[in-house]
Design a protein around this ligand. Structure first.
Ligand SMILES: NC(=O)c1ccc[n+]([C@@H]2O[C@H](COP(=O)([O-])OP(=O)(O)OC[C@H]3O[C@@H](n4cnc5c(N)ncnc54)[C@H](O)[C@@H]3O)[C@@H](O)[C@H]2O)c1
Length: 289
């Protein structure tokens, strides 16, 4: 039976908003990490981020130089999926939010990764049973849903699908602890899990109010922050998590439900078409210098 101390190498798939920070988080916790992406540009950015972040932590007195150097030495960035998964004990998939891409990835991972390796997905909404059947090891598949920014946010939702073994869930929960996170276990899977179901209700209502011209995104954010005590309003949060992701999530949902209410709202479509994705493009609902 695999135990947390047997986990030495973690493979993170995707070097985007989430993957680059999950990789650094795991390297800081003492794991050897390979971060894989199909884009060399994203991998280069992730490597630059790791170097800058670790240097800043040393300058702030949060890490010793030795700790930072060790973490950096544990990180590898590669486009080669075979190299990334070779010898991996645990995989955290954080590639783009698209069911077909995730299913293809999991089928490849199942073929390439060592038979004992646990395969998890960081998907924001997609339950792992939709992906697990692309593998021959559904008992070793579950959701591990990190929050953005992954180096800061403590929560990880660990969600079992009907085939996930107790051993897999225990390992995922133990990994949360080793990463300095708070794992919350969901005993049954549900689209969007706990936090995003609640956040989506707020986001959809905020988009409806903006679409109807009741108030601007800035005014809605001001109202939510000052009345509900949220650290940021739904539009600022979308800028952080990615307006492209918000659009993809709606489209994935709509493709399945064909329910018009799941379609992205007109303002969301407008932002997506203009490629104003939020912080990552320096413009979203707000402008960033
Ligand atoms: N952004 C958030 O706030 C957030 C929070 C929690 C979970 N998530 C989830 O994490 C996942 C990643 O989201 P993100 O915001 O980091 O997206 P992102 O668009 O910033 O990054 C996705 C990365 O995946 C890469 N990619 C695409 N196809 C690939 C493949 N076949 N193999 C390897 N890499 C591939 C892309 O090149 C890109 O770098 C999604 O499933 C999303 O739902 C996102």
């Amino acid at each position: 039976m695999l135990k947390i101390d047997d986990i030495k190498k973690i493979c993170v798939i995707g070097a985007g908003n989430m993957g680059h920070q999950i990789s650094v988080c795991a390297a800081l916790a003492g794991f050897n990490v390979t971060c894989n992406d199909i884009s060399q540009n994203m991998l280069d950015n992730a490597k630059d981020f790791a170097q800058t972040y670790l240097k800043e932590r040393v300058a702030k007195g949060k890490l010793t130089e030795e700790q930072a150097n060790l973490a950096l030495a544990r990180l590898t960035f590669t486009q080669d999926l075979e190299q990334a998964t070779g010898g991996a004990d645990f995989v955290i998939e954080a590639a783009v939010e698209n069911l077909d891409i995730k299913r293809k990835l999991f089928s490849d991972l199942d073929r390439i990764a060592p038979p004992h390796a646990i395969l998890t997905t960081n998907s924001s909404y997609i339950v792992s049973s939709r992906i697990a059947d692309a593998t021959k090891r559904p008992e070793k598949v579950c959701n591990m849903h990190f929050f953005n920014p992954a180096l800061v946010m403590k929560l990880v939702e660990v969600v079992q699908n009907p085939h996930t073994s107790e051993e897999t869930i225990q390992l995922a929960m133990d990994l949360c602890q080793k990463l300095g996170k708070i794992g919350v276990r969901l005993k049954k899977e549900i689209y969007g899990f706990v936090v995003n179901r609640v956040l989506t209700a707020i986001k959809n209502e905020a988009l409806f109010l903006a679409d109807a011209g009741i108030a601007t995104p800035e005014e809605i954010d001001t109202a939510i922050v000052n009345a509900l005590g949220h650290p940021m309003g739904p539009f600022k949060l979308m800028d952080l998590t990615g307006i492209d992701l918000a659009y993809q999530i709606c489209m994935e949902r709509y493709k399945e439900s064909l329910d018009p209410k799941d379609k992205p709202s007109p303002l969301l479509v407008e932002k997506y078409v203009k490629q104003e994705f939020g912080k990552k493009t320096n413009k979203g609902w707000y402008s960033y210098a």
